[in-house]
Design a protein around this ligand. Structure first.
Ligand code: NAD
Length: 481
């Protein structure tokens, strides 16, 4: 049984109350370790360490800071195999995915912000005719909180921590209690990479207690959160009266709009991924597929055929394309949407819908990738985030109809459009209600770009200088001469 420990002030510590939670391996449905069930006392300890470390960290030269972050990036890549295996066991995702996407990206996050901070600049405004000059200092905030979800565990955890540290803050961070392992391994890498003690503190535990204690802490002045929309609302209501800076990256229900003039084979290959990668548990997955009528029947047949071929199996086997869902509770939630599809929602299951029993992993949380045909854009399947290997399929006639259906959701994270018509591309790019638009591609990321959603998908943007701006306070200095 692997016992994960908190990482506070550069040391590994058991939780003060000595309470522990069980950590499951979803591919076999069994407990394989324990994690701290931390309380506000542990958060206070982490806060004090971070507070003590702040003055010196905020004054390290950019070169020193950059070198340490770069060492962490290298440490992650040096431990690629161990981290990828740990991520796959903890989350249920295919090892091949963890090895090719999750862990390399976690390293890139540190490498990117190690460089970005050396290029970050602030503004100056000359007040012409008044003999005055204004310049803006961008100073680190102090101790900040970073809270992340289970779907891309190390990838999203580091996406917050790296810019927070690069900007000169010290951090109290909490990974998801469902997938804590790679955050624990990261703390060991940080220790080896020469990150001085107290700068990054990783505290494990439940959302409503450990996470809530971070958000409630009166001296933790900014919270960067990625997770569900209802959790985001709770965090906002706790933090607002204390006027904390908030970055909220929340749920999605993204449209995938397919027009008859698209590059069909590229679209089909990518749509398989945008529907079912990571068992559909990516906030950017295109879970609502809309297809122009002339190619609807062909696409439907091809999508079903290609989905049937996806290999569901043990995450650690290299041939596996669809692994286990992250937890039993999540499996049951996703299945409950499938179960309501035909009887209550007027949908038709074209493929999938059943649990899968994987040999020698009989208690694991496996589900068939599922395609549901429906024309009712107001039904729960089309309105609520399912966050599993489930897509809806709907035909449309006109561009206006496609636009209306795409925008008819409370979410606005991302959108994918498949067309070779430039005017249509621009029209959709401008009018679609989402923070991210992909045209003829999906999940292609350039870390300099603003990342985030509108509507119920969140507030604020991560990525590039947006993240460094979030993790700094601008202070204007006006000098008259
Ligand atoms: P979640 O909201 O249940 O939990 C996310 C994190 O918040 C966890 O660490 C959890 O312990 C913590 N938490 C829960 N309650 C809290 C509270 N009251 N105070 C402070 N922290 C609290 O989300 P999840 O189930 O882990 O992740 C899935 C969700 O994340 C989906 O909705 C998905 O769309 C979203 N997501 C969004 C993005 C994005 O970039 N927009 C990326 C990935 C995932």
């Amino acid at each position: 049984m692997e016992k994960i420990l908190n990482y506070i002030n550069g040391e590994f510590k058991a939780p003060i109350q000595n309470n522990w939670l069980e950590n499951y391996n979803p591919s076999i449905g069994e407990v394989y370790g324990q994690i701290p069930n931390s309380t506000s006392e542990d958060i206070q300890l982490a806060y004090e360490a971070a507070k003590l470390a702040f003055p010196s960290w905020s004054q390290t030269t950019l070169q020193q800071r950059s070198e340490i972050l770069s060492n962490i990036a290298t440490g992650i890549i040096d431990n690629l195999d161990e981290l990828a295996k740990a991520e796959s066991i903890d989350n249920g995702k295919p090892l091949t995915l963890a090895k090719s996407v999750d862990i390399p990206r976690a390293s890139s996050n540190f490498q990117f912000f190690a460089q970005a901070i050396t290029q970050f600049s602030s503004e100056a405004h000359e007040s012409i005719g008044l003999n005055a000059i204004n310049f803006t200092l961008r100073q680190p905030i102090g101790v900040v909180g970073c809270i992340s979800p289970w779907n891309l565990p190390l990838y999203l955890f580091t996406w917050k921590i790296a810019p927070a540290l690069a900007a000169g803050n010290t951090v109290v961070a909490k990974p998801s209690e469902i997938t804590p392992m790679t955050a624990y391994l990261l703390s060991k890498i940080c220790q080896k990479a020469g990150l001085p003690k107290g700068i990054l503190n990783i505290v494990h535990g439940l959302g409503h207690s450990t996470g809530q204690a971070i958000v409630e802490h009166p001296r933790i002045k900014a919270i960067s959160f990625t997770g569900g929309t209802s959790t985001g609302a709770k965090i906002a209501s706790t933090a607002a009266p204390m006027f904390k800076k908030l970055s909220l990256e929340l749920g999605g229900k993204n449209p995938n709009l397919i027009f008859a003039d698209c590059d069909y084979e590229k679209m089909l290959d990518t749509t398989i991924r945008s529907s079912f990668a990571n068992q559909g548990q990516i906030c950017l997955c295109g879970s609502r597929i809309f297809v122009e009528k002339p190619i609807y029947d062909k696409f439907k047949k091809d999508l079903i055929q290609r989905t049937k071929k996806l290999k569901i199996g043990p995450p650690l086997e290299t041939s596996t394309q669809i692994g286990a869902l992250v937890s039993k509770a999540h499996l049951e939630k996703v299945k409950s949407y499938i179960d309501m599809a035909e009887e209550e929602e007027g949908g038709k299951i074209l493929y999938g819908g059943d649990y899968v029993t994987v040999k020698s992993h009989e208690k694991g949380y496996y589900l068939q990738p599922t395609i549901i045909e429906t024309n009712d854009t107001t039904c729960r399947l089309m309105q609520e985030e399912i966050f599993g290997p489930v897509v809806t399929l709907t035909a449309f006639d006109t561009d206006d109809e496609a636009m209306a259906m795409a925008n008819d959701v409370p979410y606005g994270l991302s959108c994918t459009i498949w067309t070779n018509n430039l005017n249509r591309s621009m029209h959709f790019a401008k009018n679609i209600e989402s923070g991210i638009v992909w045209i003829n591609t999906w999940m292609m990321r350039d870390l300099r770009t603003p990342f985030g959603g509108i509507k119920n998908s969140g507030v604020g943007r991560e990525g590039g200088f947006e993240a460094l701006r979030f993790f700094t306070e601008p202070k204007n200095v006006c000098i008259q001469y």
